[in-house]
Design a binder for this molecule. Structure first.
Ligand SMILES: [Fe+2]
Length: 274
C-alpha cells in the first residue's frame, strides 16, 4: 500500500498560502499512484474559532484524487491539556468533536494493509477526562489485542515526546503524561514499527528503541525560528509511505508548486498572534 501523508494544511477561505499548497499537494496526489491520503490534523487554519473553515476544507478536499482520511488537530476541535495540572488554552470542544465526526468520519480508526495495521488516534482526547477519551482507550485496548503479532504504524496529530518517553514536562507539542505512559504500556507487547505525527511544523525522522518516529512537516507553512525553536528541518512538504510485506519505505517530498511559506506572511496576520 502506498500512502500520502499530509498534515497541518490549515485551510481557510482567503488564506492563499495554505490553499495554494493544498492545490500543489492535490496535483502531486493525482500522479503519485497512491492508494490513500491521510491528513494528520490541523486541517483548518483555526476551525475552533471559525467553524466555517471546516466547510471550506471539506469543499477543497471533495475532488481529492485518492481516498482521503483525516485525524483531528488542536485547531480543528480544541486541545488537550499539555500536562498534569495545566489547562489547555483552548480546550477540547465536544460540540466541535461531534461536528468533526459527522463531517470527516471517526476521529480514531484502523486501516488494514496486510500484514500491516495502521492505527489512527485522536491526540486531542488525551487527558481531556471525557467519556470520549475513555471510549478511545477501551477501543485501543481491544484493537491492539486483536493486532498482536502484526507490524503496526501509529498515526496521530502530536508527536509522542521529544527525546525521553518519560519526560513529564508539560508541553503543547507532545502527548501529555501520564497518558503517554499508558499508551506506551499498551503498545509495549505489540510490534510497533512507526509513529507518524504532525503538529510541530518541522520534519524529524529518528529511530528510538527500535521504533521509527517521523514528524511530518506542515504542507502549508513554516514557523520562523524567532517564534519556535528549531528541532528538525523547517520545510513544507508531504510524506510518501510504502508499506511492504517485509518492511516499509518513507520519503519526504516537496511537490512542484508547494511554496516554503512562512508564518510571517500577511495572510496570517489575524491568526498569528491569537
Ligand atoms: Fe497542531
Amino acid at each position: 500500500m502506498r500512502l500520502l501523508l499530509v498534515t497541518d494544511t490549515h485551510l481557510a477561505p482567503g488564506v492563499a498560502p495554505c490553499n495554494e499548497n493544498w492545490h500543489a499537494a492535490k496535483e502531486f496526489a493525482r500522479t503519485s499512484g497512491a492508494d490513500l491520503t491521510i491528513n494528520l490534523g490541523d486541517i483548518t487554519l483555526d476551525g475552533t474559532e471559525d467553524p466555517a473553515q471546516h466547510d471550506w476544507a471539506l469543499a477543497s478536499s471533495a475532488d481529492w484524487p485518492t481516498p482521503l482520511r483525516f485525524l483531528p488537530g488542536n485547531h480543528d476541535i480544541g486541545d488537550n491539556p499539555p500536562g498534569a495540572g495545566v489547562a489547555a488554552k483552548q480546550p477540547l470542544n465536544l460540540a466541535q468533536l461531534a461536528a468533526y465526526r459527522r463531517d470527516y468520519g471517526s476521529d480514531y480508526w484502523t486501516i488494514d494493509a496486510a500484514p500491516w495495521r495502521l492505527i489512527g488516534l485522536d491526540a486531542q482526547l488525551f487527558a481531556s477526562g471525557t467519556q470520549a477519551e475513555a471510549e478511545q482507550w477501551a477501543w485501543l485496548g481491544a484493537t491492539l489485542a486483536e493486532a498482536r503479532g502484526r507490524p503496526l504504524a501509529l498515526l496521530l496529530h502530536k508527536p509522542l515526546f521529544l527525546d525521553d518517553p518519560a519526560d513529564a514536562t508539560p508541553h503543547i507539542r507532545y502527548v501529555p503524561q501520564p497518558q503517554r505512559g499508558r499508551l506506551l504500556e499498551l503498545l509495549a507487547p505489540c510490534d510497533l514499527r512507526l509513529v507518524l505525527s504532525g503538529h510541530a511544523h518541522q520534519h524529524l525522522d529518528r529511530v528510538l528503541d527500535g521504533v521509527r518516529h517521523i514528524w511530518l512537516p506542515s504542507a502549508a507553512f513554516i514557523i520562523p525560528d524567532a517564534r519556535q525553536e528549531r528541532i528538525g528541518e523547517k520545510v513544507t512538504g508531504l510524506g510518501v509511505l510504502e508499506l511492504l510485506p517485509g518492511g516499509h519505505r518513507f520519503e519526504m517530498v516537496t511537490p512542484p508548486g508547494m511554496a516554503q511559506h512562512m508564518l510571517d506572511h500577511p495572510a496570517f496576520d489575524a491568526f498569528r498572534d491569537r
